[in-house]
Design a protein around this ligand. Structure first.
Ligand SMILES: CC(C)(COP(=O)(O)OP(=O)(O)OC[C@H]1O[C@@H](n2cnc3c(N)ncnc32)[C@H](O)[C@@H]1OP(=O)(O)O)[C@@H](O)C(=O)NCCC(=O)NCCS
Length: 170
């Protein structure tokens, strides 16, 4: 049954039901089922899940962690404004929506939830950009739709400067 927005978005805990989660990509399903809790516990990733009020079933999730990149990996126009040492960034490593909810704006809702969290974190810790890894061409198009730009050296990796997010005021 499609979700009525807005969903509840909160950090993943053991009480969330994940066994039936299916976004269509086994790698992203398996991560949620087998790896996500451990990653969150070890603070190597923050995992946020969406659920409907009154249910513990996960309908979508995303992960955030810290990363950095070299200015050499950026397009020339962006690179020339940046220093030669590693550029701090946030990584949206995974974003997935259960098939039952795809096409009903939950992916967009989760992406904007991530934008808010990263903007908030960037008030305390310098973050130049939000980086995403697109698992396939569909994901690439989805992110480009929201203004993400491609890295010069890794076509499946995209970024959006925090400056752009601030101007969007998501
Ligand atoms: C990609 C994914 C997260 C999108 O979530 P969703 O809930 O289906 O997407 P939404 O309904 O929120 O779509 C929001 C917008 O993105 C657009 N969009 C959605 N999927 C798209 C796609 N594959 N290509 C281009 N645009 C897309 C929609 O048209 C919509 O545009 P609008 O706001 O102008 O109307 C979801 O389909 C998914 O989990 N796919 C499998 C896993 C995956 O590929 N994850 C990607 C990151 S690794």
């Amino acid at each position: 049954m499609p979700l009525t927005l807005p969903p509840i978005v909160e950090p993943l805990t053991r009480t969330h039901e994940r066994a039936d989660f299916d976004c269509g990509l086994p790698e992203l399903n398996d991560y949620l089922r087998s790896q996500a809790t451990q990653d969150a516990r070890r603070s190597v990733s923050r995992v946020y899940v969406a659920r409907a009020s009154g249910s513990s079933a996960v309908l979508g999730y995303y992960t955030l962690s810290a990363t950095s990149f070299s200015r050499k990996s950026l397009p020339e126009k962006e690179a020339k404004r940046l220093p030669h040492y590693p550029i701090p960034a946030a990584l949206l490593g995974r974003l997935a929506v259960d098939r039952s909810c795809q096409g009903h704006q939950l992916g967009k809702f989760l992406l904007f939830d991530a934008f808010h969290r990263v903007l908030h974190a960037a008030e305390t810790l310098a973050v130049y950009a939000l980086v995403v890894d697109a698992k396939n061409n569909d994901a690439l198009t989805f992110y480009q739709h929201y203004g993400f730009l491609g890295f010069a050296d890794t076509p499946s990796r995209l970024f959006i400067p925090m400056e752009t997010l601030r101007m969007m005021d998501p």
